[in-house]
Design a protein around this ligand. Structure first.
Ligand code: PEP
Ligand code: MN
Length: 441
């Protein structure tokens, strides 16, 4: 594993400029003493599940906020998000007749790459907000100064989130019967849900059948749930990378799965250099500028042994580009015998600014990109492995459309995201039902 200084010598992109180097060293030294948030063995389990995803024997559901906030670490917020993810997973499991790998985009998703270093509002220019891991969202000069103490806050917030998630998923909250009841309520009580009555009715029958025969396996009561985030900040990620005593291999123990963003995936860059040493399952975002040769070079560098489950390509082309852009990548990568899980991020290629001044996405574009992803893989005989969505369990108004028909004016009603717009509770459930229909065909 390269040292932090080695990585800095490669000039990592998208890093904060801290005013006080001594304070950074102190924070990093403290972080290095903190216990792991996840265990290497759990990362290996997830890697085996991602191998199943790459073979088409499981489907990945990855979801959570674009950017978590420290204020957002409340029992209500975490529970609502988890609940919707579990609800989505049940629908997908039934429709796909295969296991759904549940991967939260949470407990560590606090650092954001930005397209511009500065932000201007009403003639005032300040450093851009880079996530709660770096600086404050408030638009004041003090709040926008990068503060390394925040790296320790990320650790603590992630630990609290993960603790709650682990308690929920093993303590009865994830009981399949309970989750199914929530889905039935959604279908019954929300106009958006009524379209999905048939599918929900089928699941109902399957549940009634199991109950009639007295089937009550442990699997009904608990689920495996994993955490993930974009490993962006070298200080934090390096300090949270440890040598596993069993295997003597380096693992990032701040999350089970970590990924490289679209802006930091340069082949000779610091992020790729750092990631290639990790033993976690990892992802790389691929946008429309990625060529098939880029993808191949990344795969060879990040997964030289071609280990199944190790590498996931998360494509984010945009609804208008995926049908033309994706086939070339998938064809060449497949022809070379490269083992990879293909996952669709239908969010980041579909962002625009509304006439009312909000960063938003259209629900229909999100659905269309996932449909395009399925179409491309079905045509090539390859595997559409899963989806990555930015979502929340709350009834926010950040994306346009869906059954509630949120329009540009409606965005102002409850827009809370500090970075990218998220699907709200109803939009997330609708998406799950729509993807379920795609999985079945
Ligand atoms: C994100 O996932 O929030 C993100 C910044 O995505 P990308 O790197 O694909 O732009
Ligand atoms: Mn985002």
């Amino acid at each position: 594993m390269p040292s932090l200084a080695d990585l800095h010598a490669l000039k990592p992109l998208q890093q904060p400029t801290y005013p006080d180097a001594g304070a950074v060293d102190t924070a990093v030294a403290k972080l290095r003493t903190m216990p792991p948030l996840v265990f290497a063995g759990e990362c290996d389990d997830l890697k085996a599940k991602m191998a199943a995803v790459s073979r088409g024997e499981a489907f990945l559901l990855q979801g959570g906020d674009c950017a978590e906030t420290f204020d957002g670490v409340t029992a209500d917020n975490v529970r609502n998000k988890l609940r919707v993810l579990l609800q989505m997973a049940v629908v997908l499991t039934y429709a796909g007749s295969m296991p759904v790998v549940k991967l939260g985009r949470l407990a560590g998703q606090y650092a954001k790459p930005r397209s511009s270093d500065m932000e201007t509002r009403d003639g005032v220019t300040l450093p851009a907000y880079r996530g709660d891991a770096v600086n404050g969202f408030d638009f004041t000069p003090e709040s926008r100064i990068p503060d390394p103490q925040r790296l320790l806050d990320v650790y603590n917030a992630s630990a609290a989130t993960l603790n709650l998630v682990r308690a929920f998923v093993t303590g009865g909250y994830a009981d399949l019967r309970q989750v199914h009841t929530w889905n039935t309520d959604f279908v019954k009580t929300s106009p958006a849900g009524q379209r999905y009555e048939v599918l929900a009715g089928e699941i109902d029958k399957a549940m009634a059948f199991m109950s009639a025969i007295g089937a009550d396996p442990e699997e009904l009561r608990r689920v495996d749930f994993y955490s993930s985030h974009e490993a962006l900040l070298m200080e934090y990620e390096h300090a949270m990378t440890r040598i596993d005593s069993r295997t003597e291999q380096p693992y990032n123990v701040s999350g089970h799965f970590v990924w490289i963003g679209e802006r930091t995936r340069q082949l000779d860059g610091a992020h790729v250099e750092y990631f290639r040493h990790l033993r976690n399952p990892i992802g790389v975002k691929l946008g429309p500028s990625a060529t098939a040769d880029d993808a191949l070079a990344l795969a060879h560098k990040l997964n030289p042994q071609n280990e199944a489950g190790r590498l996931t390509f998360i494509t984010r082309f945009g609804a208008g580009k995926i049908r033309d852009g994706l086939p070339g990548l998938v064809e060449k990568v497949t022809a070379e015998g490269v083992s990879v899980a293909w996952v669709c991020d239908p969010m980041h290629g579909n962002t625009f600014e509304s006439s009312t001044g909000y960063k938003t996405r259209r629900f229909d574009d999100v659905v269309d990109e996932v449909q395009g992803f399925f179409d491309v893989h079905r045509a090539l005989g390859t595997v559409p492995g899963g989806i990555l969505v930015e979502m929340t369990g709350d009834d926010v108004t950040e994306c346009i459309g869906g059954g509630e028909e949120i329009d540009e004016e409606g965005l102002a009603h409850r827009y809370e995201s500090v970075v990218d717009p998220r699907l709200n509770r109803v939009q997330s459930l609708e998406l799950a039902f729509l993807v379920a229909e795609m999985l079945r065909k």
